[in-house]
Design a binder for this molecule. Structure first.
Ligand SMILES: [Zn+2]
Length: 370
């Protein structure tokens, strides 16, 4: 295997750059530009499809067979849905917004012209809240965004309109040499893992397609169409998974822990309705981790799912698995991961692409690749 390694600083720098961009589902433009530039540096070919997915291809030594990697560029967010006479803005969610995370957050609003403004989600002060109210989590429909404007006219003059997109305003910060917290780590960390692994892959027999997907948070949409056009022999989604190794959660519900290595997914979704990962891909990932001495965890997750679910059901079916990065506080502005898990997820992804030979990929797909 290659001796090249990715440092935690490399991972942090790229993660910081792309988590701080505004890129809710369907509006991934800023992220797409940066990701395309990075993938271009180590690809034989890069293109953007009609959905907006970035697809980078690295040719394999045996010129047949295709492995698809998928990491989603989009983040959860909001649309501006109403502007009132006093200049307060109402918003509606894009994806699985967690209402407990909303109160008193600072937000970024991006206009269609590309200007960015800040606002806050306000609420009446504790002095005015009735005791029962103070204990409740308000619904999004009761909340408003205050951008400091005094009237609707002022908001409109700034260029903010209904349909503009909104995300959390949060810098990525290092808490110590290993752990970082910020917004949109779901799933820009999957994108970083993919970019870095793609850069390092050099002994692949099959062609590797690195796909930075769009609209995952609103129904796994970009991955679906990309998988159709690529028609891979095997696919890996790279995404975060639940790490609830925190006070108040019993060990049986931790699912994964920070810093114990990337997780190899067995299944996800409620009642395993998300994905049941292809067993041979699970075995291959375990074998690669053992062979390369990469720490890993095995994951059966209670809820949520990833692009792998959509990819698996493409055409006649695609054997699919997931390399997960354990994350705390998913879908909040303070998502947290351990950079060692990312470094090891990069090694595992690269190892999978290099150690999946054409014969194995053929057998996996149930026919012989010519
Ligand atoms: Zn995700």
């Amino acid at each position: 295997m290659s001796v090249k390694e990715v440092s935690k600083k490399d991972i942090y720098d790229l993660l910081k750059k792309i988590t701080e961009l505004v890129g809710p589902s369907g509006y991934e433009d800023d992220v797409r530009g940066v990701v395309k530039d990075f993938l271009s540096m180590s690809a034989d070919n890069v293109y953007i499809d009609s959905m907006g997915n970035v697809i980078a291809v690295k040719k394999g030594s045996r010129g047949s067979g295709r492995i698809m990697l998928a990491g989603h560029m989009d983040e959860i967010g909001f649309f501006v849905s109403h502007i009132d006479d006093k200049g307060f803005i109402r918003i509606l969610p894009i994806g699985g917004v967690f209402e407990r995370a909303l109160i008193f957050q600072r937000l970024l609003i991006k206009t269609r012209e590309g200007k960015i403004f800040r606002g806050v989600i306000g609420l009446k002060p504790p002095h005015l809240a009735k005791p029962e109210e103070a204990r409740q989590v308000p619904e999004l429909r009761e909340l408003f965004v205050d951008i400091g404007a005094r009237s609707r006219d002022e908001v409109l003059k700034m260029g903010i309109k209904i349909g503009d997109v909104v995300v959390y305003d949060r810098d990525l910060v290092l808490l110590n040499e290993d752990r970082v917290t910020g917004k949109a780590i779901d799933d820009r960390v999957g994108v970083v893992t993919m970019i870095k692994a793609f850069e390092l892959i050099e002994k692949n027999q099959a062609d590797v397609y690195a796909v930075a997907t769009v609209q995952e948070e609103v129904g796994l949409k970009g991955a679906r169409t990309a998988a159709f056009s690529i028609s891979p022999n095997a696919a890996l989604a790279l995404d975060v998974t639940i790490a609830s190794d925190i006070p108040g959660v019993g060990e049986h519900e931790w699912y994964t822990q920070l810093g114990k290595g990337p997780a190899i997914k067995i299944a996800d979704g409620r009642g395993a309705t998300g994905l049941i990962a292809n067993k041979e891909i699970v075995d291959k990932l375990i074998q690669v981790a053992q062979q390369l001495s990469i720490p890993y965890q095995i994951e059966v997750a209670a809820g949520g799912t990833t692009d792998a679910s959509a990819i698996q059901l493409n055409r006649e079916g695609v054997p699919a698995g997931v390399v997960s990065i354990p994350a705390r506080y998913i879908h909040s502005p303070v998502e947290m991961i351990d950079l060692n898990d990312v470094a090891n997820a990069i090694k595992l992804t690269k190892g999978f692409c290099e150690l999946s030979d054409i014969e194995w990929l053929s057998r996996l797909k149930g026919y012989t690749i010519k």
